[in-house]
Design a protein around this ligand. Structure first.
Ligand SMILES: Cc1cc2nc3c(=O)[nH]c(=O)nc-3n(C[C@H](O)[C@H](O)[C@H](O)COP(=O)(O)OP(=O)(O)OC[C@H]3O[C@@H](n4cnc5c(N)ncnc54)[C@H](O)[C@@H]3O)c2cc1C
Length: 544
């Protein structure tokens, strides 16, 4: 450790006794988040290229102020860390420095039923936050698949979206106010009602402008009635038209998820497999995308005895030749004609929910939908948090899997789907669903998987996949991220999306809030002028 860094650590240890660690175990644990590129390294047994010098656990906003001031005096980076569930490398300490883990700042500050608001410290885990509200018969309505392993601060920093965002909004729609500490160690309190809206600059700034320590959120009464059903449409295009019609008729379902043909086909097969295996806890689609891959790739666990080895090996090989696989699956799909599965749900006050769901059913039927009843939708709901928690096992099995969420307006949506899918399917096995729908547009969530024999090959394929998909998204005039954020992954594409003048605005904000560029350097494509060259070499290293 450099002299300045060890001096910094000793000052911090006096300030936060027992809450500063330089242990190698912690340095390794906090060297990565859940960015799949880092998981490739782990799968091949490689140690992280970067690690923090120390990890600190503050308990109050004032302690965060002191931590930032001390780090600033020593010109060391400060990386805010929620639960590390980010999938874009946003919490990776690429220049070392301090990782500030906020999870010990997790108090409920107030819950006001009359006003319909609640305040929490930023390190509270999503699941606990919702449980605390539940006790008062309230809900935030924010249910990301990672609710058990992500924090309020992480949600705000990345502009997270929950599964019910169509009704309740994304986290930026739910936040009323935040307290944050900037890169000079100054405390700010910003609220929704002040203009210009500084709050919305901080939300989504991924720890580059400030460390969020507290937030106030809009909350609602828990719904009286929930209505959840599955429908089938003949194609993606027909399904999308139906959803658009519904939203533009001013209906606000809580959840809308339209799966493309491949995803719907696999969903159906998986449900059948569960039934025939007579499982008491049946596998829903959400666990399918992760565990199914694993089962196909490795002859262990649930897959044993369920799938013949030959088939498993065939599918594992298919991941090596994605374009052939896509040709075969599209031929198969035209034979089976599975159509596209739609999960749709309304919730809220009893009579309104009944009226909305009746109207929605009429619109969906007129648009060509076939009502599949409650069962497939109930299965989705029962397994909606299973998603991807087994992802690391897929990596252990020699493949990698990742997801990409892009968004655009209704007119561009079918083209965006086709272009990005084509770009990805040359190199990976890919499927998609459409969720987070709004009156003006919708997001597409691609899931893709590929295999490679060596770490280098896997990383090259991974980088190629993302470059191709980001180019295709940009060409289609769509947003590069709907809710996972930018982090390191999309930093090289920021200028393409925002243009030079957009980046100048972001840099000016950075220079104001964080003049020494100590807060999460390198993220969002914002680099200190002096370390620019160093960052560029890292971008080259990570993106080829
Ligand atoms: C299985 C799985 C499912 C997922 N599903 C969803 C989903 O449905 N919807 C969704 O939106 N995302 C999803 N994600 C992505 C991830 O959970 C979100 O990005 C989440 O908001 C990150 O929260 P975190 O607390 O883990 O943040 P971290 O990963 O720790 O950090 C994310 C970024 O926020 C910054 N940050 C963290 N805390 C603070 C703070 N207090 N102040 C300032 N900056 C901070 C970090 O520096 C980093 O840049 C999923 C991820 C996984 C692994």
């Amino acid at each position: 450790m450099k002299a300045s860094a060890s001096e910094m650590v000793s000052t911090l240890s006096t300030l936060l006794p027992g809450r500063v660690s330089t242990a190698e175990r912690h340095q390794l644990e906090y060297a990565r988040d859940l960015w799949p590129r880092g998981l490739i390294e782990i799968a091949f047994g490689a140690l992280p290229k970067q690690r923090p010098e120390a990890v600190v656990w503050p308990l109050t906003t004032e302690e965060v102020v002191e931590v930032v001031r001390i780090a600033r005096r020593h010109r060391r980076p400060v990386v805010p860390f929620g639960a590390g569930s980010g999938v874009c490398g946003g919490a990776v300490p690429i220049h070392g420095g301090l990782v500030v883990d906020l999870k010990r700042m997790s108090r409920v500050l107030q819950i006001d039923e009359e006003v319909g608001s609640a305040s929490f410290e930023a390190g509270i885990l999503g699941e606990r936050l919702e449980n605390e509200l539940s006790r008062n018969k309230l809900t935030l309505g924010h249910f990301p698949s990672s609710i058990m392993c992500s924090t309020l601060g992480g949600w705000l920093a990345t502009r997270s979206a929950g599964q019910y965002s169509t009704k309740y909004g994304k986290i930026e729609d739910l936040v009323e106010a935040v307290t944050f500490v900037d890169g000079r160690g100054e405390i700010h309190q910003v609220g929704r009602l002040t203009r210009p809206d500084v709050l919305q600059l901080i939300v989504g700034s991924e720890g580059t402008l400030g460390i969020i320590t507290q937030a106030t959120l809009r909350v609602e009464r828990q719904p009286e009635l929930e209505w959840l059903r599955a429908w089938r449409f003949s194609s993606v295009e027909v399904g999308l038209e139906a959803i658009r019609g519904l939203l533009q008729a001013n209906l606000r379902p809580a959840v809308v998820r339209l799966y493309d043909e491949l995803d719907s086909f696999l969903h159906k097969n998986d449900a059948r497999a569960s039934e025939s295996a007579n499982e008491t806890s049946r596998v829903g689609r959400e666990s399918f995308s992760s565990e199914y891959w694993l089962n196909l790739l490795r002859p262990t666990g649930r897959a044993r005895g369920r799938l013949p080895d030959l088939r498993r090996l065939g599918i594992a090989a298919a991941l090596l030749r994605p374009s052939v696989t896509h040709f075969v699956t599209s031929t198969l799909l035209s034979h089976f004609q599975p159509g596209c599965l739609l999960i749709i749900g309304f919730e809220g006050e009893d009579s309104l929910t009944r009226a909305e769901s009746d109207d929605a059913s009429s619109i969906l039927r007129l648009a060509g939908g076939i009502d599949l009843g409650e069962e497939p939708a109930a299965r989705w709901k029962a397994h909606r948090y299973d998603t991807s928690f087994h992802m690391p096992k897929i990596f252990e099995a020699g493949a990698f899997v990742d997801t990409m969420e892009v968004a655009t307006t209704w007119d561009k949506l079918p083209k965006l789907y086709r272009t990005v899918r084509r770009a990805l399917s040359r190199l990976a096995f890919v499927m998609a669903h459409f969720s987070h729908a709004y009156p003006d547009g919708c997001s597409i969530y691609f899931t893709f998987a590929a295999r490679a024999a060596t770490q280098r090959e896997a990383e090259q394929r991974y980088d190629e996949l993302w470059s191709a998909a980001m180019e295709a998204t940009n060409e289609a005039g769509a947003a590069l991220s709907h809710h996972h954020g930018v982090g390191l992954l999309k930093a090289p594409f920021m200028e393409k999306e925002h243009g030079r003048s957009g980046m100048e605005i972001l840099r000016a904000l950075k220079a104001t809030f964080d003049p020494d560029y100590i807060l999460n350097p390198g993220k969002l494509g914002l680099c200190a002028p002096l370390s620019l060259m160093r960052y560029r070499s890292l971008a080259l290293l990570t993106h080829g």
